[in-house]
Ligand binder design. Structure first.
Ligand SMILES: Nc1ncnc2c1ncn2[C@@H]1O[C@H](COP(=O)(O)OP(=O)(O)OP(=O)(O)O)[C@@H](O)[C@H]1O
Length: 405
């Protein structure tokens, strides 16, 4: 077995021993590796730098330095980062499973206390990063990773800002749209932490329903689904909506009572959900305020993370097959490079009510680019943007000089 192991491991750096591929995401391939310095298992995300052939620029290095300083029990730690052969390698702590696997596992029963625990850990991670002026912008259940002790940690924090959100028209990961806040769907160029709170609300809803809540198949359809659930926003609810670049007028539809949408949720849970799903981002509850909501202090109290129901660690079953391994080929792909995701049927009322009156002026209800704008609206925090820590030339040389062959 040790021999097989030796054969299967590939020395990829003086520090990291490369193991099997874990999957491929928006930014590139992720593989498992052993950190020979600490003995720790890590996940290395290899990010294609595309046109930036000359390497990582100063701005990116500054951002990476900032992300390395983002240390919290509910945020995946960025252990290391180094460029090599036109790719940036980000080294993260290795996690066993993710919240999407928990939600999809039909053998798992999630009690109200379990749901409370998962959403509390999500909000704790968010509140921490928002306090440090870092937005996630791409929150979804498969970005919420779960460790062996049940701790939930937010992954991919800051990556959207660093590398830009890719144009998802050309990927099948359409489900990222399901967590997108209405201001983003209306093309807001300036937005704040509210986009992550909206996504967290969608995840909360998904934990309650055990299926994705609002499954739009285009941006316009997504808005239609949101309005069918909560009612078309009135100017009194969201005055600035009409000024957003991609604003289109939708036929008025009334909202449904939250209790009808989430029959199993308590009054406290519904109250918190309604505040997280507030249309006007300025009126939307912050992650910190959400944590202070009575939902978390009233019974049942959140389950201890170690006692949370979880699927078996999915990575452990992924043993590389010897026959496929060629030490000159690089890593072996053991599983489909991307996870497929079931699209659960929506409630009938949702489908029927989804009727945007006006579309984009050309009668085109189709897909729009999902490029997410890069600017961050710090005024939403009521503050000025922070001065970011700078990286000195010595550090830059150290990072660039790393061997990773
Ligand atoms: N820290 C980690 N520990 C263990 N597995 C990880 C880790 N980070 C990512 N993975 C796994 O690697 C694969 C690719 O992850 P990645 O985050 O790049 O994409 P994704 O989450 O599937 O999609 P997206 O890029 O749209 O968020 C997934 O199966 C993911 O669960």
């Amino acid at each position: 077995m040790a021999e097989v192991d030796n054969l299967l491991t590939k020395k990829v750096a003086d520090r990291y021993l490369k193991r099997e591929i874990l999957g491929e995401g928006t930014y590139g391939v992720v593989f498992k590796a052993i950190d020979t310095k600490s003995g720790q298992t890590v996940a290395i995300k290899k990010i294609r730098l595309g046109k930036q052939k000359e390497g990582v620029n100063f701005t990116a290095l500054r951002e990476i330095k900032l992300l390395k300083e983002l240390k919290d029990p509910h945020v995946i730690e960025l252990i290391d980062a180094f460029p090599h052969k036109g790719n940036l390698h980000l080294v993260f702590e290795f996690m066993e499973t993710d919240l999407e696997a928990v939600i999809r596992d039909r053998n798992i029963f999630l009690s109200p206390a379990d749901i409370k625990s998962y959403i509390q850990m999500t909000l704790k991670g968010l509140a921490f990063c928002h306090k440090k002026y870092v937005l996630h912008r791409d929150m979804k259940p498969n970005n919420l990773l779960i460790g062996p002790n049940g701790q939930l940690k937010l992954a991919d924090f800051g990556l959207a800002r660093l590398f830009g959100s890719p144009d998802r028209r050309f990927t099948h990961q359409v489900f990222a749209r399901w967590y997108r806040a209405p201001e983003l769907l209306f093309g807001a160029k300036q937005y704040g932490p509210g986009v992550d709170v909206w996504a967290a609300a969608c995840i909360f809803a998904e934990l309650l329903l055990r299926r994705p809540f609002l499954q739009g198949n285009s941006d316009i359809d997504q808005l239609g689904k949101i309005f069918a659930a909560f009612g078309t926003p009135k100017p009194s609810q969201w005055a600035d909506m009409v000024y957003l670049p991609d604003y289109v007028e939708y036929q008025y539809v009334p909202g449904q009572p939250l209790k009808t949408l989430f029959p199993t949720a308590t009054e406290d849970a519904l109250d918190l959900l309604s505040k997280m799903f507030s249309y006007d981002p300025k009126a939307r509850i912050s992650a910190q305020q959400a944590l202070e909501h009575r939902y978390f202090s009233s019974g049942p109290l959140p389950t201890e993370p170690a006692l949370l129901p979880r699927p078996p660690p999915k990575r452990e079953s992924a043993n590389p097959r010897v026959s496929e391994f060629n030490p000159h080929d690089g890593p072996v792909v053991l599983s489909p490079p991307r996870k497929s995701r079931r699209v659960m049927p929506q409630r009938e009322g949702f489908e029927a009510n989804m009727r945007p009156e006006k579309m984009d002026g050309h009668g085109n209800a189709g897909e729009r680019s999902e490029q997410v704008p890069m600017s961050l609206d710090f005024s939403v925090f009521g503050m000025r943007p922070p001065t970011r820590p700078t990286i000195n030339r010595g550090e830059l040389e150290k990072m660039k000089g790393r061997v990773f062959s």
